[in-house]
Design a protein around this ligand. Structure first.
Ligand code: AMP
Length: 356
């Protein structure tokens, strides 16, 4: 049986493990801090090493994993894990992205506003996710920037009508498949709700797939990769790229015939890549902090998925999916779901997308 190691042992790693069990692939998520696993890497090396995250501590174990011949996507991680090299690559490939610039020690709010033509965000180059490591100029009280400015890029604040993501996969032979564009609603930088309606963004789908294919082909990428977009009056702008399975694809567990986790394993293990059936409306709601909604299980289209993590404010603890061929049913489910205050704006936007 094919043995796959995953760098990272969070919820994405355990979902890859689940998908592997069904496919007959042994998937073993590895904590990047588990230095004991170094011996196992030498004694019983896996056939394939992949990752569920793009940031990890630098230690003897993570270095050994990346130096291993079974480690996939070394060129992709080297460039995509740092926002600055990621943005430079997007520019070089002529893939549209929010205007940006590196930040020097002597930069201040005024110089960056002038350079970027308006309000901007500082985004930490490494290790920041879910809106962490972000700083907004429109909320600044003076001209000074945070101390970590030289470890950040500055990016123009974009006015967008919605956020979309495209998840696709490529195998070693260059075959590629894509899912339907997913619409995403965030609060404080954290994904709250994702909605997929087949064909809703049909005219953008082709463009998004072209961008995605250009990037994966350039990187000779193997596996699932996610691109997040802003939809603007000028078209799609890439917000960021994640070389892994992605939170905005969790709806696929019920809403697609092949989940992103299975697709990732198919792509890296040389199994057939086919475009999955995605026949109905799908809604995914993250469970963040301490909410629990067992009541939602009373409807037949509902899935509930806990990650087994200790509750903490702002932490993703699980998600709920709703899938139904009838869009009206998805609207009713989302309306009826008891959600905490931070979700209300996302729910309103998601409902207007579903009803629009
Ligand atoms: P990120 O961690 O880069 O995905 O950012 C998290 C969220 O912050 C995004 O999903 C957007 O809602 C918001 N955001 C990020 N970059 C920008 C930008 N340049 N302009 C406006 N909003 C942004």
């Amino acid at each position: 049986m094919t043995q796959v190691w995953v760098l990272g042992d969070g919820q994405l790693g355990s979902m890859l493990h689940e998908a592997g069990r069904r496919l007959g692939i042994v998937v073993s998520p590895q904590s990047p801090d588990d230095l004991q696993a170094l011996a196992a890497l030498a004694d019983m090396p896996p056939d394939i090493i992949t990752a569920e995250r793009e940031h990890w501590p630098d230690n003897v174990f993570t270095r050994a994993l990346q130096a291993h011949p079974a480690w996939l996507n070394a060129p992709a991680f080297a460039v995509l894990a740092d926002r600055q090299s990621q943005k430079a690559l997007l520019d070089a490939l002529q893939l549209p992205t929010a205007p940006w610039c590196p930040v020097t020690q002597d930069a201040h709010v005024g110089t960056l506003r002038a350079a970027l033509g308006g309000e901007f965000l500082l985004k930490q180059r490494r290790g920041a996710y879910d809106g962490r490591g972000q700083w907004r100029s429109d909320k600044a009280s003076g001209i000074s920037l945070p101390d970590w400015r030289t470890e950040a890029i500055a990016e123009r604040r974009i006015q967008f009508s919605t956020e979309l993501s495209l998840i696709g996969a490529r195998d070693a032979a260059g075959n590629m498949v894509f899912y339907e564009l997913t619409e995403n609603f965030h609060a404080d930088g954290i994904l709250q709700i994702s909605v997929m309606q087949p064909g809703r963004y049909a005219s953008l789908q082709r463009v998004a797939e072209q961008y995605h294919a250009r990037l994966m082909t350039h990187l000779r990428y193997q596996g699932v990769l996610a691109i997040e977009f802003f939809l603007t009056p000028e078209g799609l702008l890439i917000n960021e790229v994640a070389p892994r399975v992605h939170n905005s694809g969790h709806w696929m567990d019920g809403g697609a015939s092949i989940s992103q986790f299975e697709m990732h394993l198919r792509a890296i293990a040389g199994l057939p890549l086919v475009t999955p059936l995605q026949p109905g409306c799908s809604v995914m709601v993250n469970i963040i902090g301490e909410q629990a909604h067992p009541g939602c299980l009373a409807l037949p289209g509902t899935q509930l998925h806990w990650y087994g993590k200790q509750p903490r404010a702002g932490r993703k603890l699980g998600h709920m999916n709703f899938f139904h061929p009838d869009r009206e049913q998805a609207v009713q489910w989302l309306r009826a779901l008891p959600l905490e205050a931070p979700f209300e704006e996302s729910r309103r936007l998601a409902l207007s997308a579903l009803e629009g």
